[in-house]
Design a binder for this molecule. Structure first.
Ligand code: 2P0
Length: 365
């Protein structure tokens, strides 16, 4: 009988990130290289994360398989999924080639189980945390040196480039806190990686609120939507060239200085411009709806209302991704008043349990 070889397994979690400088446009579709740099804040993993277990076993037969929220799918069914797994397997094979004592895990079938601890009905993209968790789980399973690097090490950025092959925004979920995705200049994508700007502990007063306006699937997928934008929008070309570089600089400075006014203004203007280039796309893409726009008006009015003892220009900032749901960033002192305003102007529908309507605020983590 064959001696039974050990199986290996690794379990990790990865966080959700919400961009404050938006990624929208690719210069290379297969390597997922962006037309502009972007920057995000990570939401606390205590509340929102993808949890992924990867297992390699010499006795597994059949195909590499992913159970995503319980549903099995061969990993070869998705080109992006296959690209990510193949890239990590190649890194493991290179390690094995240089050290004959290592188990030949790269030859074994892998099973991956991935779950989000937030309902898809939260209206938050799960591809970012999902691909980040997949890459980190496989890197740990394969005991890659990059996986041993903490968030301050270069290994994490190297892994972020592999998450990028799954979904662009996923590269920003390999870190916590405030994270830049530098677009890079190389054609092979080696410098199109995520880099930490500041850890979450740097700015503990900043909170995020997720306002679910509509929990259905979006009409136009990000991948095809941004393709049409790059092909048809002249305004987008102006954004890539003349607007985003300065905003990346301003945003990093705002975060490092914990300057909420600069952070808020840049965040809101960049959300507006992202939706403007969607409108400038032909045929146009509409992600905001009337409720989204009413929330923008409410935030604008609240910011214009003086609060005794507060000297800042802004008290809350909105941002919207490829859908109608709002994410608000705000200093902790304004969480209660803003939630009270939201409840007043957008009372809970009678068919939604109060606990679902009014969950805890999300910490930026
Ligand atoms: C972002 N979004 O920066 C922007 C803002 C949506 C609006 O990244 O084609 O799902 O997989 O690279 O990452 C959504 O795009 O697109 C996105 P692919 P992805 O968060």
């Amino acid at each position: 009988a064959m001696p039974s070889a050990a199986a290996y397994e690794a379990t990790v979690t990865a966080p959700v990130n919400i961009a404050v400088i938006k990624y929208w446009g690719k210069r290379d579709e297969s390597l997922i290289l962006p037309t502009n740099s972007s920057l995000s804040a990570t939401l606390s993993q205590d509340i929102l994360h993808s949890k992924t277990t990867a297992r390699a076993d010499p006795n597994f037969t059949g195909a590499d398989t992913l159970w995503l929220n319980g549903t099995p799918e061969p990993m070869s069914a998705s080109k992006r999924l296959a690209n990510v797994v193949n890239a990590l397997r190649a890194k493991r094979a290179a390690l094995e080639a240089s050290d004959s004592l290592l188990p030949k895990m790269s030859k074994w079938i892998v099973h991956v189980v991935s779950e989000n601890n937030f309902p898809t009905a939260a209206g938050l993209a799960s591809s970012a945390s999902g691909f980040a968790a997949l890459v980190f789980a496989l890197a740990n399973l394969y005991q890659l040196p990059e996986a041993k690097d903490g968030e301050a090490g270069a290994g994490r950025s190297t892994l972020s480039a592999l998450a990028r092959l799954g979904s662009g925004s996923a590269c920003r979920s390999l870190f916590g806190g405030f994270v830049a995705w530098e677009m890079g200049t190389h054609a092979d994508g080696r410098d199109s990686v995520a880099v930490p700007v500041a850890p979450a502990s740097h700015w503990t007063d900043l909170e995020a609120l997720v306002l679910v306006v509509h929990d259905g699937r979006k009409g136009v997928s990000s991948t095809s939507g941004m393709q049409t934008t790059v092909q048809t929008s002249a305004l987008a070309q102006e954004r890539f060239k003349s607007v985003v570089p300065q905003r990346m600089f301003d945003m990093k400075q705002a975060i490092l200085r914990k300057d909420f006014d600069q952070f808020a203004e840049t965040t809101m203007m960049d959300s507006n411009q992202f939706h403007a280039i969607c409108l400038d796309t032909f045929p146009p893409i509409f992600y905001l709806n009337d409720v989204s726009r009413a929330i923008i008006q409410l935030v604008t009015d609240f910011n214009a209302t003086p609060v005794a003892g507060y000297t800042g220009k802004y008290k809350v900032a909105y941002t919207y991704d490829a859908g109608p749901n709002a994410v608000l960033y705000l200093p902790r002192q304004f969480v209660r008043p803003v939630l009270a305003l939201i409840q007043h102007y957008f009372p809970a529908p009678t068919d939604v349990p109060a606990a679902d309507y009014f969950a805890d605020p999300y910490k930026v983590g």
